[in-house]
Every structure is written in C-alpha cells, then in structure tokens.
Ligand binder design. Structure first.
Ligand code: ZN
Length: 139
C-alpha cells in the first residue's frame, strides 16, 4: 500500500510546561484541521506513559515512568480516525544515565519542555479502519 502526497505547510511550535504531550498535540492538530502530516518532537518530560502492543493478545500494555526523562526522539503521523485528526506517535526517552525506553506514545506524559515540527501533506486523506489481522485501526 502506497499513497502519494505533496509537501505543504510546515509548522513549528512549543508546548508549555505541564501540558499532556499527546493531548496537547492532538488539540493543536484538531484545532488547525491538520488531516495528513508527519510530526517530530524533542524536549523533556516530567513523567511518561508509553504503550507496547502485545501481538499475541492484541492489546496494549502500559508502562509508566514517574521521573524526568529526555525526549530523544518522538516521531509520528497524522491521519483521520473516526472523522477527526489523530496522531500516531512513538517515542524514545532517556534517563540521566542515557538509558533509553521506547514505545507507543500514550496520554499521560507530562511536558517539561517540548518543541515540535509538523510537516503537513496534501493528498487523499489517510482514514484509519479496523483490520482484523492486527486488531488495530490502520490506514
Ligand atoms: Zn503505535
């Protein structure tokens, strides 16, 4: 499966301390009606919540970190889920020793500082639908 897009506007922004990383980014893309894009974030969080998808049980498992961590890299894409812009992002976080943890970004990650870039795309919308083989809503 391959879809063609043309590059469009690029937005850069910053989240405020104590924002929920995923919730606030979702608010921004929904308020600005950004329906197709790639997204990148760097910065730091005061605590984090990530998920791991168990491919045998077809369910997400949560992992929470109640500590300050660097956002080494957070990348994702924006598509349409249930009629609204939706962010699917993965994140790598580092502790003070440089140990890294990673997974699917979940709500519940509290920003210390975060800078983001959203590269919007023009083309047919990517609409997420339930796929039986993975039990995930994919485009
Ligand atoms: Zn994911």
């Amino acid at each position: 499966m391959l879809k063609n897009f043309k590059s469009s506007d690029i937005y850069m922004g910053r989240l405020e301390k104590n924002d929920d990383l995923l919730k606030e980014l979702t608010n921004i893309v929904q308020q600005n009606n950004i329906e197709a894009a790639s997204i990148k974030v760097i910065g730091a969080v005061q605590k984090a919540r990530i998920e791991y998808y168990d491919q045998d049980k077809f369910e997400y498992k949560y992992k929470e970190f109640d500590q300050a961590l660097e956002i080494v890299s957070c990348i994702g894409n924006i598509s349409i889920l249930e009629g609204k812009p939706f962010i699917h992002a993965h994140i790598i976080l580092a502790d003070q020793e440089g140990n890294c943890y990673g997974g699917h970004l979940a709500e519940g990650s509290k920003v210390f500082a975060a800078e983001f870039v959203i590269q919007t795309l023009q083309g047919n919308k990517l609409i997420r639908k339930f796929k039986d083989d993975t039990k995930l809503k994919l485009w």
